[in-house]
Design a protein. Structure first.
Length: 73
Protein backbone atom coordinates (compact mmCIF):
# COMPACT_ATOMS: atom_id res chain seq x y z
CA UNK A 1 0.00 0.00 0.00
CA UNK A 2 2.76 2.47 0.91
CA UNK A 3 4.60 1.69 -2.32
CA UNK A 4 1.48 2.38 -4.39
CA UNK A 5 0.95 5.74 -2.69
CA UNK A 6 4.64 6.57 -3.12
CA UNK A 7 4.48 5.80 -6.84
CA UNK A 8 1.31 7.86 -7.33
CA UNK A 9 2.69 10.88 -5.49
CA UNK A 10 6.16 10.55 -6.99
CA UNK A 11 4.79 10.46 -10.54
CA UNK A 12 2.50 13.43 -9.98
CA UNK A 13 5.06 15.57 -8.13
CA UNK A 14 7.88 14.73 -10.52
CA UNK A 15 5.78 15.64 -13.55
CA UNK A 16 4.73 18.93 -11.91
CA UNK A 17 8.35 19.69 -11.08
CA UNK A 18 9.55 18.95 -14.60
CA UNK A 19 6.84 21.23 -16.01
CA UNK A 20 7.88 24.03 -13.65
CA UNK A 21 11.54 23.60 -14.56
CA UNK A 22 10.61 23.87 -18.25
CA UNK A 23 8.65 27.04 -17.49
CA UNK A 24 11.65 28.49 -15.67
CA UNK A 25 13.73 27.60 -18.74
CA UNK A 26 11.37 29.71 -20.83
CA UNK A 27 12.53 32.73 -18.82
CA UNK A 28 15.92 32.43 -20.55
CA UNK A 29 14.38 33.89 -23.73
CA UNK A 30 16.06 37.32 -23.89
CA UNK A 31 13.64 38.52 -26.57
CA UNK A 32 10.90 38.39 -23.91
CA UNK A 33 12.77 39.04 -20.66
CA UNK A 34 15.68 41.00 -19.26
CA UNK A 35 17.86 39.53 -16.55
CA UNK A 36 21.42 39.64 -15.37
CA UNK A 37 23.83 36.74 -15.34
CA UNK A 38 23.77 37.00 -11.54
CA UNK A 39 19.98 36.56 -11.47
CA UNK A 40 20.21 33.55 -13.78
CA UNK A 41 22.95 32.07 -11.60
CA UNK A 42 20.83 32.54 -8.47
CA UNK A 43 17.94 30.63 -10.05
CA UNK A 44 20.20 27.81 -11.23
CA UNK A 45 22.00 27.62 -7.88
CA UNK A 46 18.72 27.46 -5.95
CA UNK A 47 17.48 24.59 -8.11
CA UNK A 48 20.79 22.72 -7.95
CA UNK A 49 20.92 23.14 -4.17
CA UNK A 50 17.49 21.62 -3.73
CA UNK A 51 18.37 18.73 -6.05
CA UNK A 52 21.41 18.01 -3.84
CA UNK A 53 19.11 18.00 -0.79
CA UNK A 54 16.73 15.57 -2.49
CA UNK A 55 19.62 13.24 -3.38
CA UNK A 56 20.77 13.22 0.25
CA UNK A 57 17.25 12.51 1.51
CA UNK A 58 16.89 9.49 -0.74
CA UNK A 59 20.36 8.23 0.09
CA UNK A 60 19.87 8.63 3.84
CA UNK A 61 16.15 7.82 3.97
CA UNK A 62 15.64 10.55 6.53
CA UNK A 63 13.16 13.37 6.35
CA UNK A 64 14.84 16.75 6.18
CA UNK A 65 14.00 20.11 7.53
CA UNK A 66 11.83 22.52 5.60
CA UNK A 67 13.63 24.55 2.96
CA UNK A 68 13.35 28.27 2.45
CA UNK A 69 11.52 29.47 -0.61
CA UNK A 70 13.53 31.01 -3.41
CA UNK A 71 13.86 34.78 -3.70
CA UNK A 72 16.44 37.03 -5.33
CA UNK A 73 19.11 38.46 -3.07
Amino acid sequence: MKDKKFRELAKSRTNKTLKCIKLIGNLANKSHYEYSNDEADQIINAIEKEVRVIKQKFRNSKSGRERDEFDFK
